[in-house]
Design a protein around this ligand. Structure first.
Ligand code: 4IP
Length: 125
């Protein structure tokens, strides 16, 4: 089945610091959520965006709003987290509506993906 785009938009992400030596930085990325994965890319003027990361929906354990007391060091102030493969991806949306849309879409995306899996299992069994 071909993936279907659910949501698309520009937000800021914090580096996931997968290694102990990884820097802590914040980058603007174009996010695309489809029925199979969450992808983020770097926009480049006059060129196709370059994919920097891709997270399969079946590796996402949860997507939740983050409430933070500490000052947020980037221009977008509405964070949410995506926990996948033992990594936390922090994404900062420009406003609360946008954040809620993404959290909801990620949860729905996961359900769609589960429904798909269940359907396949029933069909095979
Ligand atoms: C990179 O820093 C970027 O922030 C990467 O983000 C990030 O990867 C890297 O984290 C971090 O080291 P530099 O550009 O200064 O090298 P992006 O891929 O969006 O450019 P993540 O995994 O967060 O996508 P580590 O943990 O992969 O090193």
């Amino acid at each position: 089945m071909f993936p279907r785009v659910i949501l698309k938009g520009t937000m800021i992400k914090k580096s996931q610091q997968k290694k102990r030596t990884s820097p802590s930085n914040y980058k603007e990325r174009l996010f695309v959520l489809d029925t199979q994965e969450l992808k983020y890319s770097e926009r480049r003027t006059g060129k196709k965006p370059m994919v920097k990361g891709c997270i399969k929906l079946n590796t996402i354990k949860c997507a939740e709003t983050v409430f933070s007391d500490v000052p947020i060091p980037c221009n977008y102030k509405y964070p949410f987290q995506v926990f996948h493969d033992n990594h936390y991806l922090y994404i900062f949306a420009p406003d609360n509506d946008c954040r809620q849309r993404w959290v909801r879409a990620l949860k729905e995306g996961k359900q769609l993906e589960h429904q798909g899996t269940r359907y396949v299992v029933i069909a095979v069994g």
